[in-house]
Design a protein around this ligand. Structure first.
Ligand code: CA
Length: 731
């Protein structure tokens, strides 16, 4: 704590005062750091003694199965176990939506990205914010009831790729459950926010993280984790909600063949890994987001992530499907026993996870009533499977793709473009990119229209194996050539790739496997979705607008300026006969961190908020405070060789947080704007860990002092490039 304060003071002394924007941002960073240093626990509690007597959050299996009998609540992550994210509420309609207005907003005490779906029950909204913080609010007024800060060490940020986000909590039998970025699972008393239990679900010495929401099935809390980009072995686990005891664990990829296998399904899986020492780096297959549950079939469906490192040639040089990477796996929720799997991308090599949202529905297809599961994973195909046994029914690409041409209906396997299996000397620009045709942002299915609404993206990425790849102890382990994805700015291909980044809201007919309508967004990374019984579809977007569309035509009916880029999916609930729609607004996540250039006009300084609307709502947001940044880099002193070396090192170690080629998306510091004091402290920051309490870990062990200096020279080069670009644009 005192170190942070000293660092903050030092920044003041070193001239941060000169620049208002820098001053503001460092004030913010220091504030966050100080908050982060406070001991973990409930740091606000309004009327604990009174609240002890109130029964809230008494959710159980029967109540979730009968969720339609209390349509005013949002009981579980996707509202129902089938995760349709469809609200039966119909007070807000296309005819009266002009009267929809802001009723309350709640400003979080963080400014990082927000991705959570709130749970609303008994008039209380349970919602997670950045850094795995948990909040309980009065759902009618937005008044804070309690909050809980698990005090995630900020330097753990070096172990997760995609911002300090969390996608939500679960509420069960009077308790609130959520995961933390450093791998803990926590149970709090829903009335009071007091800690009931806390356990570590991951190895503390491995780069695991939790951003996904737990699901609770028959008293078992099911939780996965992330870390595929860093080098871990994926698994998901069930813990007893009352006792925190581990009930079962399902490993998604085999471990060291010299060790006994953990469960019988791995016997099948290990035959699909050939050669290589994948277990040394972990193999990947993290289950970091999607799940769904069918209580009648008693099947839990879990989406599994990409391989680690990315290319199969490095993990499993003898080929093979590498099960259960990029698969949907169905297990028994009581035991974790394997029932079936379907692999979307055999021999996965493009970060094409199958962790994307899965929706269960029943519908007549080709004259036959089917129980289906639907997913639009990153690889660009929309899949319809029989959820009783995993049988392939149909697939079609929902965005442009080039890695495969189609899915063979006889085998259920993609017909691949042979060029797509890139090598060290053979790059391939694949569509979609690692961002996916669709990422974690939830879809919605309306049983009224029979359509799935899907937040899709167009993107491409140049893949090439890193010849010099050796697993690092700190940071990313993609195995991808850092120079391939740092092709010189202005080159034709890079310009093409950047130009191709677009977003779409697509209404998709799952029976016909075709688009019915779509709306184009200028920025790719837009919000998750909600559909309602009155044929409305709600979506926030990267530009900060919260929009309602006509579910049948896609025409825009209503829009609100939320001031911050929106990624989270909206929810709807009602209290005393009034319907509310709520959404979290806070820009961040993978693309905003990575691709600053492509999202320039969305890179606002977050005021991370919950926005809640109702008919007749008449609140307004305070005016947004804009901050202007000034470029004033010290002179570039390095040689061209140093700059080139620094570029490779930057793209291998720094780009995931500070942005591709040092162009930040605005959520994390844009290093081109670093002051001379930052440049003076460079080695202390990068190697010495001076800013670790602010989320900048030490790279000691991964980088030498010379490496850090070369990176600095590359950053200086990029800062001077930007000065020139600015001068040219002002001319
Ligand atoms: Ca990944």
């Amino acid at each position: 704590m005192s170190k942070v304060l000293n660092a903050c003071k030092a920044l003041g002394q070193y001239g941060y005062r000169k620049n208002k924007a820098c001053r503001m941002s460092i004030f913010f960073i220091c504030t966050i750091a100080i908050i982060g240093c406070s001991s973990g626990g409930k740091d606000q509690n309004l009327g604990v003694s009174e609240r002890h007597t109130i029964k809230v959050g008494k959710i159980d299996e029967e109540r979730v199965i009968k969720a339609d009998e209390e349509p005013g609540d949002w009981l579980v992550h996707g509202r129902t176990y089938d995760e349709q994210r469809f609200s039966p509420l119909s007070q807000i309609t296309p005819d009266n939506i002009d009267n929809l207005g802001l009723d309350w907003h709640y400003d979080f005490d963080t400014r990082r990205g927000l991705e959570a779906s709130p749970i609303v029950v008994d008039g209380i909204m349970f919602v997670t914010g950045s850094w795995s913080k948990m909040y309980a609010l009065n759902a009618r007024t937005g008044e804070l009831i309690w909050k809980y800060d698990p005090a995630v060490p900020r330097e753990w940020a070096v172990n997760f790729c995609c911002d300090a986000v969390n996608r939500g909590a679960a509420v069960w039998d009077g308790q609130v459950y959520f995961g933390t970025l450093d791998g803990r699972l926590i149970s709090l008393n829903a009335n009071t926010g007091e800690l009931t239990w806390e356990i570590q679900t991951t190895a503390k010495d491995k780069p695991y993280s939790i951003t996904g929401a737990p699901r609770i099935i028959k008293g078992n809390v099911i939780i996965g984790n992330g870390g595929g980009e860093f080098g871990v072995r994926g698994y998901f686990s069930a813990y007893d909600a009352k006792t925190s005891d581990l009930v079962w664990r399902f490993y998604t990829v085999p471990g060291d063949p010299a060790d006994p296998i953990e469960h019988p399904a791995l016997e099948m899986a290990i035959k699909t890994w050939k050669g290589g020492q994948w277990w040394e780096i972990g193999g990947g297959g993290t289950a970091w987001d999607s799940m769904a549950y069918d209580p009648e079939l008693d099947l839990l469906y879990v989406g599994v992530g990409n391989g680690s490192p990315w290319s199969r040639k490095q993990r499993s040089p003898g080929g093979g499907d590498n099960l259960f990477l990029s698969s949907i796996v169905a297990v028994r929720p009581d035991t974790g026993e394997y029932v079936w799997h379907y692999q979307t991308t055999p021999g996965e090599s493009w970060d094409y996870t199958a962790t994307q949202h899965m929706i269960l529905a029943d519908m007549k297809i080709n004259g036959k009533q089917r129980k289906i599961i639907m997913q639009a994973p990153k690889n660009g195909f929309f899949y319809v499977l029989d959820r009783t046994n995993g049988e392939f029914i149909s697939a079609n690409n929902y965005v442009e793709i080039n890695w495969a041409t189609r899915v063979d209906p006889d085998t259920g396997r993609p017909v691949m473009n042979p060029e797509a299996r890139y090598g060290a000397d053979k790059p391939f620009v694949s569509i979609p990119s690692p961002l996916g045709g669709h990422n974690w942002h939830p879809m919605t299915y309306s049983p009224n229209t029979g359509l799935v609404y899907l937040p899709a993206m167009e993107s491409a990425f140049p893949y090439q194996i890193d010849k010099d790849f050796t697993p690092q102890t700190v940071g990313l382990n993609l195995g991808i050539d850092p120079d391939a994805h740092a092709m010189p700015l202005g080159s034709e291909i890079r310009a093409e790739i950047r130009k191709s980044l677009k977003g779409h809201l697509i209404a998709w007919d799952p029976k016909q496997q075709k688009e019915v309508w779509s709306v184009e967004h200028p920025i790719a990374w837009n919000g998750g979705l909600l559909s309602t019984a009155s044929d409305l579809v709600f979506q926030g977007n990267a530009e900060g607008n919260f929009v309602a569309y006509d579910a049948r035509t896609g025409s825009e009916l209503w829009s609100f300026d939320g001031q911050n880029g929106i990624m989270a999916p909206p929810v709807s609930y009602s209290i005393d006969g009034e319907q509310y729609v709520a959404v979290l607004a806070g820009w961040g996540g993978t693309m905003p961190l990575l691709l600053g250039e492509g999202v320039k006009h969305a890179a606002k300084h977050n005021v991370s908020r919950i926005l809640t609307f109702k008919l007749g709502g008449s609140q307004t947001l305070p005016a947004h405070q804009w901050t202007e940044k000034t470029l004033n880099p010290p002179p570039l002193t390095g040689t061209a060789e140093q700059v080139a070396r620094g570029k490779t090192l930057y793209q291998r170690n720094c780009f995931a947080c500070h942005g591709d080629t040092v162009v930040s998306g605005g959520v994390i510091a844009d290093l081109r704007y670093s002051s001379s004091s930052i440049h003076e402290m460079w080695e202390q920051i990068v190697i010495g860990g001076a800013f670790k309490s602010m989320g900048m870990a030490s790279f000691a062990g991964a980088l030498s002092a010379q490496d850090a200096e070369d990176i600095r020279q590359y950053v200086l080069k990029r800062a001077h490039d930007a000065v020139q670009e600015e001068a040219a644009s002002n001319y």
